[in-house]
Write a protein that binds this ligand. Sequence first.
Ligand code: ZN
Length: 73
Amino acid sequence: MRPVMDSYHPDQYPPIEVVCPRCGEVGTARFAGPCTTCIANLRDQIRGEAVVVDIEYVPKVNVTANAVAQKDD
Ligand SMILES: [Zn+2]
């Protein structure tokens, strides 16, 4: 059975040498993954901005009526 981790102690994970899978730069990090430069680039590329759309929401009319909601008593 896998041990349950009930708390996270950063000291348990000292920085290790990792190679960025995106640009190949060698650096140190606590966990494997993209380097800080690549993370910043990816965030800039992928981040979306919220927009206000001028569309009225029209609820879908179900073909089959809800028999319980329409019960007449
Ligand atoms: Zn990188």
